[in-house]
Design a protein around this ligand. Structure first.
Ligand code: GLU
Ligand code: MG
Length: 672
């Protein structure tokens, strides 16, 4: 979640006064990076993954599970483990699982004081040996994390803790409603105590002028009362002025109501960052991966419970979006514009709104007609030599105010640093992020793919990571074209929230992903002597944009349509890419296991985590078909999730999510 600089943070009114200052300096730093790095070439094709964990404390005697707020102690234990740092030898058995030599994972803090984040110690290459090390490395991370926790603690990879915001769900416990979050349900101690995090939460609230407001529709089960009024909301609380929010209608009927940043940013995801060989390739990847965002969100759906209730959505995205939504009433369009500059259609955390590639296939009709841009900053970027598209992208990100400003940083502008630029960049949480090189020589232009939900097992997390790497390779190798109008991606993102979207919904997707096909004349390639690479160079498409895309199921997008001219499917495209390479049978088979998971999740043969969790809750003996998910259910759920992470579909644990993969090994196939 960005670098943890230290200093004296400005409270909101002061920060607001300095917002322009930070933006101007951020743009100067961006231009400095641009001038230094725009011609950077031949960077290695590398990638990295980030896994976020919840830390739970389990009490087997009382059958209770709570969130452990010991992030700082755990990170300290990890950081001061010299032997670990000197190769992991301190942890029994570790040597056996270390295959990616020298790659000991790195652990990082996250927003929630109950979260951990882990990355591989160095970026992955795109060689197949590296791909096959990913799962082992993820397992290693989990194991190392666990070994630095108390015996009753455990890292789990659920997106959200089902009881977050309910009474007695924290260890140690704190009473709610502190000065920063002013939440009815959560204490300020829920956030990482590093000054950046509580300041972020407090200043978002102050800028917005009221608390953040998250309403998720309740899942209507047989005994769910109708209308449903969130029974945990206290309408009589009078501690802070913000407590009036609920009396003014913040908590909606038939919804679960939440009121603090931690309800969103306390969620865990799986992010992948790709380093491109140069800026052109980076810009292309940014655009081409963007339409895949909602599809991968739906496919990784894992979030059916909030604050002790089953909800009627399956993913975390909109909840985080609302949890950091700092827009004022004017920006939201609730009252006429007076003090603010624009109406702003999306939260800072939202699907992305720009395309940036100078690709002739990018039609202006695809761009977002509602895009808000700071024209003055855009002009400054263009005067500094940046092209229109990229200047538009950054001038769009820079419509936001910087939320956390340290007084010390306002004194001098250092063009060898990127702090002011990063201030805005890293608090624009869009589903794609385009990352310029920092000052070190080794890092190039990067693209981060951010929508995926974390999965219960390392096998799944590896599968989704590897699939994304392979589709990226296929995009570049076959020059694939997934462009659709941006508003359709925005719409797809909303669709991805619908319960069981994978099997019940359709998403807008481009019908023909191939570059212009060579025209066959008399059985030969167009009959001219034009070299093949020129033939396949993609011109700007013509004809109605509406004809370029169609609604498709996730199954069709991932596995392909049967019709002759139908969409070929992302997994078949990856398979063609693999077939075009010289890979040994064993590697192909190993990769096949991962692709099989993706394919079967898409077809519904295997369930999403969200579907499995919902099913587990609804079948639990303590569940009363009233949407309430109590301590007993969550205790068993967490125990089962731990078992699944260990067994990965074997021995009857999580079979519906993982069975095919396990059975395949069981049949004794060559990759069993
Ligand atoms: N945890 C956040 C999510 O689930 C992302 C935070 C980050 O950017 O690292 O999307
Ligand atoms: Mg993170």
């Amino acid at each position: 979640m960005g670098l943890l600089a230290l200093g004296t943070p400005l409270k909101w009114p002061e920060a607001k006064k300095n917002a322009d200052h930070v933006r101007q300096w951020g743009i100067e730093q961006l231009l400095a990076i641009w001038n230094r790095a725009k011609g950077k070439e031949r960077d290695a094709l590398r990638w990295g993954d980030e896994i976020e964990y919840l830390v739970v404390a389990v009490d087997d005697e009382s059958k209770k599970v709570k969130l452990s707020l010991r992030q700082a102690d755990i990170l300290k234990a990890l950081g001061s483990d010299e032997e670990l740092c000197a190769k992991g030898g301190c942890v029994p058995d570790l040597q056996r699982v270390i295959r990616h030599e020298e790659t000991l994972p790195v652990f990082h803090p996250e927003f929630g004081r109950f979260m951990l984040e882990a990355t591989p110690g160095k970026p992955w290459g795109i060689g197949f040996k590296d791909l096959l090390d990913v799962e082992h490395n993820m397992k290693l991370r989990r194991k190392i994390a666990r070994n630095h926790m108390e015996p009753n603690e455990c890292p789990i990879t659920l997106t959200t803790f089902p009881l977050l915001g309910t009474k007695e769900s924290l260890s140690p416990d704190f009473p709610p409603s502190g000065e920063r979050l002013r939440s009815q349900f959560l204490p300020d101690e829920i956030a990482n105590p590093h000054i950046r995090f509580p300041t972020l939460a407090a200043n978002i609230r102050s800028r917005r002028g009221r608390k953040v407001e998250i309403n998720v529709p309740v899942f209507r089960d047989e005994n769910t009362p109708l209308p449903f009024k969130d029974p945990t909301v206290d309408y009589d609380l009078h501690r802070w002025p913000e407590d009036d929010d609920v009396r003014n209608g913040a908590a909606k009927d038939d919804h679960i109501y939440m009121d603090a940043m931690a309800f969103g940013m306390g969620s865990c995801c799986l992010q992948i960052t790709f380093q491109a060989k140069n800026i052109t390739e980076g810009r292309k990847l940014y655009d081409q991966l963007s339409p895949l965002g909602p599809i991968m969100l739906a496919l990784t759906a894992a979030t059916p419970i909030y604050k002790g209730f089953l909800v009627d959505t399956d993913v975390r995205w909109d909840q985080i979006s609302r949890a950091v939504d700092d827009r004022t009433r004017e920006e939201l369009g609730e009252i006429p514009l007076k003090n603010d500059r624009w109406r702003v259609p999306k939260s800072r955390y939202a699907s992305n709104s720009t395309y940036i590639s100078q690709d002739p296939r990018l039609r202006k009709e695809y761009l977002d007609p509602d895009l808000v841009v700071d024209e003055e900053l855009k002009q400054k970027l263009m005067d500094g030599g940046m092209d229109d598209l990229l200047a538009t992208h950054f001038a769009h990100l820079f419509i936001r105010d910087p939320i956390v400003i340290f007084a010390e940083d306002l004194k001098t502008l250092d063009l060898n640093k990127t702090d002011h630029f990063e201030n805005l960049q890293s608090t624009n949480w869009q589903h794609m992020r385009f990352k310029p090189p920092p000052h070190d020589k080794d890092t190039g232009w990067r693209v981060e793919f951010r929508p995926m939900e974390i999965q219960i097992t390392d096998f799944e997390n590896a599968a989704f990571s590897i699939f994304m790497v392979l589709i990226t390779r296929a995009i570049l190798s076959f020059d694939l074209n997934f462009y659709i109008p941006i508003p359709l991606t925005t719409q797809n993102m909303a669709t991805a929230h619908i319960r069981d979207a994978v099997t019940t919904q359709k998403f807008h997707f481009r019908k023909d992903p191939f570059p212009i096909r060579p025209v066959k004349v008399n059985g030969t390639s167009n009959g001219t002597n034009t070299p093949a690479h020129i033939l396949s160079r993609p011109p700007t498409p013509t004809g109605p944009v509406e004809d370029e895309h169609a609604p498709m199921t996730v199954d069709e997008i991932i596995n392909g349509q049967f019709a002759e001219d139908g969409f070929p499917g992302l997994v078949p495209l990856v398979e063609s890419y693999l077939n075009s390479l010289n890979i040994d049978v064993e590697t192909r088979c190993e990769l096949g296991r991962y692709l099989e998971l993706i394919s079967k999740r898409a077809s519904g043969k295997l369930w999403t985590c969200a579907k499995w969790i919902r099913h587990f809750v609804r079948g639990h003996e303590e569940y009363k078909q009233d949407s309430v998910v109590g301590q007993g259910v969550v205790y068993d759920l967490v125990k089962e999730v731990e078992e699944i992470a260990r067994c990965e579909g074997r021995e009857g644990h999580g079979e519906e999510m993982l069975r095919a993969w396990w059975n395949r090994g069981r049949r004794g196939s060559s990759c069993g």
